[in-house]
Ligand binder design. Structure first.
Ligand SMILES: C[S@@+](CC[C@H](N)C(=O)[O-])C[C@H]1O[C@@H](n2cnc3c(N)ncnc32)[C@H](O)[C@@H]1O
Length: 216
């Protein structure tokens, strides 16, 4: 995602109650931060926060954390959602997902990967969020079974991810090659999903689970 620099991004982030400045401090303690024992779900690459805000708003009995690597993108998202009703079950982090093992310790339920950057060149494959280097890092995040819900418009990335997840021991529980043909009222669209589906692109979705007992 390319964006123009935002001069006051630091102020926007640091003045927001959603923003967590030093997420490492909360490793193993996220439920304490939320002040409840509710399930915690995470989106990596949350962009401008449309999806993570909406899912949190529809599920007040669950907690949500959005992780976005680019500070300007996150600040733009925070600017938008700060105009909307305040949510107590949402927190946002400016962090590279490659280091998620520094911020979570067996405490999340489901990981959402929405319209992750495709990195089409083979030599960049290790940057894909479904590359096995990332899947290894995600292991420690989950409290029990590993659950990943992945959506994309990119067929090549989708095929790559099916293979990568399967090779890593995940079982594909649900799959769609045209998610919007399901007319699922519960599907929460992301910013990219809206953009691409309005241009006629099909949306791919998979739901993958790796049982806790299969983990070394
Ligand atoms: C194509 S955008 C999709 C944004 C949003 N999920 C959506 O569907 O509208 C992908 C986002 O993932 C972020 N991203 C890519 N790699 C990341 C990483 N390693 N850690 C955190 N965020 C990352 C990018 O900065 C970008 O904002």
């Amino acid at each position: 995602m390319r964006v123009r620099n935002l001069k006051n991004k630091k102020d926007i982030l640091e003045n927001s109650n959603y923003f967590i400045k030093n997420p490492e401090k909360y490793k193993g303690k996220w439920n304490k931060l939320f002040g409840n024992k509710n399930q915690i779900n995470v989106e990596i690459g949350s962009g401008k926060c449309k999806f993570i805000y909406e899912i949190a708003s529809k599920n007040p009995d669950k907690n949500y954390i959005g992780i976005e690597r680019i500070d300007t993108v996150l600040a733009l998202g925070i600017k938008e959602i700060s105009k909307l009703p305040k949510l107590n079950n949402l927190r946002l982090i400016n962090y590279d997902a490659y280091n998620v093992d520094s911020i979570f310790d067996k405490e999340i339920n489901t990981l959402y990967l929405n319209f992750s950057d495709p990195w089409p060149k083979k030599r960049h494959a290790k940057r894909r969020l479904t590359n096995f280097r990332f899947l290894q890092k995600y292991d420690i995040m989950f409290s029990s079974d590993r659950k990943i819900i992945f959506k994309t418009d990119n067929k090549d990335l989708f095929e790559y991810s099916i293979i990568s997840l399967s090779d890593y021991g995940y079982k594909i529980k649900d799959i769609s090659l045209d998610l919007h043909s399901r007319d699922d009222k519960n599907n929460i669209t992301t910013e990219y999903e809206k953009k691409f589906s309005s241009k006629g692109f099909k949306i791919y979705m998979l739901n993958a689970v790796k049982k806790y007992k299969n983990i070394d």
